[in-house]
Design a protein around this ligand. Structure first.
Ligand code: MRU
Length: 357
């Protein structure tokens, strides 16, 4: 089945598919400078929490690889600058911070292992490639755990895009749907368009269509109508940050779908890797919400659709844990009380093999 490739490391640099142009055009760019990667993340060439993490790791690798530092100390100072530039690109997706921290830990390990700067650079590139590589097995494990919760037949709903484009694997929420579909479950996906950036209409519809999974595109304000019909068996979305108590930030509009799900007795699930947990914050009140340009609300693909008035654009909202029936991760399924289940999953051994060459 078709799996989109949003990013890859090549000998020429980091190649990214420009997701802003989908579905109209499939255009890729090659970046050789970490500042270009930071710009690409900020401007949504690549988006989706896990894919942002992969891009950040590759950005760090580029920064280190192209450094002219002659000592480990200078290289370490430059690494800090590179990480600071990448860290400030998008505030909500915690996979970004996770990937930067992992790259810094690897730098410290490599620095202890060898005095050879070239070996350190090579090791950093390998680590970024490994982070990318792991996404496939992580998503597949999430998909296997989550697929059990999908109906044998009928409609499921998602929100935004949590597919291969968003993870650089097979997707989290769409990975669950994909695995269930491949198991023979006869699913039909309701895809809210996800205003204002239209990740549902432009990206999820594109991925599902290419993958041969039946779908119906709906506008965001149709979600209640469809959930009330009694025909939707489950909802599964991705996440950008999951607080210690299970409160979950995801694309704006997710919260209202979760509330409507509860009202209509439809189970609402989150699918996300453990790297999306932020156990340092107690609840969703502490999750930073990205404010994007209001032009994305007043304009549609450059065309003004509203008068010149004040408009707001919080890019994410927080769904309280009480609306979430379960959280699918690569290490298993978390259930309420999340304060215990998330902690125990975070502490458990990874079921996904990580192999350094
Ligand atoms: O603003 P975006 O497109 O980066 O937002 C993406 C989402 O909200 C996704 O649902 C989330 O990152 C999970 S992706 C597996």
């Amino acid at each position: 089945m078709y799996v989109a490739q949003p990013i890859k490391w090549t000998e020429h640099g980091v190649v990214m598919l420009d997701q802003r142009r989908l579905p109209a055009e499939e255009i890729s760019y090659t970046y050789t400078d970490y500042r270009e990667v930071a710009k690409a993340i900020r401007e949504m060439v690549i988006r989706g929490a896990p894919a942002i993490g992969v891009a950040a790791a590759m950005g760090v690798a580029l920064g280190v690889l192209h450094s002219s530092a002659k000592s480990k100390e200078t290289l370490q100072r430059e690494l800090a600058e590179v990480c600071a530039a990448l860290a400030e690109t998008r505030p909500t997706a915690v996979d970004l911070t996770w990937a930067l921290e992992r790259m810094c830990v690897r730098f410290a390990e490599l620095s202890n292992e060898t005095p050879d700067i070239e070996k350190i650079k090579k090791g950093m590139v390998e680590e970024a490639k490994l982070i990318h590589h792991e996404k496939k097995s992580t998503d597949e494990a999430i998909g296997r755990f989550g697929a059990e919760f999908m109906p044998r037949e009928g409609q499921v709903m998602t929100q935004c895009n949590a597919g291969a484009l968003a993870t650089a694997g097979i997707g989290t929420a769409l990975g669950v749907i994909r695995v269930a579909f491949e198991q023979g479950r006869k699913l039909h996906v309701l895809v809210p368009e996800t205003r204002p950036y239209l990740q549902g209409a432009r990206l999820t519809a594109w991925e599902l269509h290419k993958g041969g999974i039946p779908l119906t595109l709906i506008t965001d304000n149709m979600a209640g109508h469809f959930l009330k019909s009694g025909k939707v068996g489950a909802i599964v979305t991705g996440a950008d940050r999951i607080a210690a108590n299970g409160d979950t930030a995801n694309k704006i509009g997710t919260y209202q779908i979760a509330v409507l799900a509860k009202e209509n007795n439809v189970p609402f699930y989150i699918a996300a890797p453990v790297s999306t947990f932020d156990l340092s914050i107690p609840d969703g009140e502490h999750i930073p919400i990205e404010e994007r340009s209001a032009d994305e609300v007043t304009h549609l693909q450059g065309v003004r659709i509203a008068p010149d008035v004040h408009a707001a654009h919080p890019a994410f909202d927080v769904t309280p844990a009480r609306y979430i029936a379960a959280i699918f991760t690569e290490r298993g399924v978390a259930r309420a009380p999340y304060i215990d289940s998330l902690r125990s999953l975070a502490a458990s051994r990874d079921t996904v093999a990580t192999a350094r060459s």
